[in-house]
Write a protein that binds this ligand. Structure first.
Ligand SMILES: [Zn+2]
Length: 263
């Protein structure tokens, strides 16, 4: 299920890069509107999910079983089941993916991309128009508004995946911390408001002794803007001599007994 979602998401993001907007949102619709709900059902109550899959699989995503209230309850249970999800809420996820009245979310784009004409009042196709037909491919509005939403949903899916893999075979606590730290830290650095970051403050205070440039010996202080490259690419620039260095972030993090994600 996750690999199917991954292929759709990957191709959707590639289509976004190529400015093929309606192709992108048609592709992204399936993993977020449907796959995410299946994954959430497994997270929230795997016994009930497998019972339904065995006896009545066709109703796993039935509209009756998944109205607004039930989707929100399902999302809440899922968030509770996963670690480190305090920055997410069922309302925000619902409004982003499913609420067609929300002009800033993805639901309207999913519907418009999948159908040439739409009747729902908020996204009703105007006369002399067909959905997306006159969208200027040079417009950047989609990238400014949609990427933070997509990043939040991807992070939610990542948390579910970590939770489900953990149930199959519990990882070492430090390894789990590394996965959580790098994904949440990168998201925070890229999309959270403000210049401060809890994650970079943690790195500066715990790894200060190692944050000395091997080329010019200047002290390096990790800033929010440096964080994604450090967490994911394990690369750090020296502000003094401008050289880029490799930095074994995951190795060092595994030496620290961290309680940040215990709840
Ligand atoms: Zn340097």
């Amino acid at each position: 299920m996750f690999s199917d979602m991954l292929h759709f998401i990957y191709e959707g993001l590639v289509a976004l890069e190529k400015r093929k907007f309606s192709v992108a949102f048609a592709l992204l619709r399936k993993p977020f509107k449907e796959g995410m709900l299946l994954a959430a059902q497994v997270c929230a109550d795997e016994v009930s999910f497998f019972d339904t899959m065995k006896l009545d699989a066709k109703s796993l995503l039935s509209r009756k079983a998944l109205d607004e209230t039930r989707i929100k309850t399902l999302l809440e249970l899922t968030l509770k089941a996963c670690h480190a999800t305090s920055f997410l809420s069922s309302d925000v996820i619902y409004n982003t993916v499913f609420n067609r009245k929300n002009d800033a979310g993805l639901a309207q784009l999913f519907d418009k991309a999948t159908h040439f004409v739409t009747e729902f009042s908020q996204i009703r196709t105007e006369n002399y128009n067909i959905n997306f037909i006159f969208k200027n491919p040079e417009d950047n509005d989609v990238y400014e508004t949609i990427y933070p939403e997509l990043a939040r949903l991807l992070l939610f899916l990542n948390m579910m995946q970590i939770e489900l893999y953990t149930r199959m075979r519990a990882p070492k606590k430090n390894y789990r911390n590394w996965i959580l730290f790098t994904s949440i830290g990168s998201y925070e650095a890229l999309y959270a408001k403000g210049r401060r970051s809890k994650m970079t403050a943690f790195v500066n205070s715990h790894f200060g002794d190692f944050l000395i440039c091997p080329h010019c010996a200047a002290n390096i202080r990790v800033k929010k803007a440096d964080a994604p490259r450090l967490f994911i690419g394990e690369t750090l620039d020296c502000n003094n001599c401008r050289m880029a260095h490799h930095f074994p972030f995951g190795w060092l993090l595994s030496k620290i007994d961290m309680a940040m994600f215990d709840n």
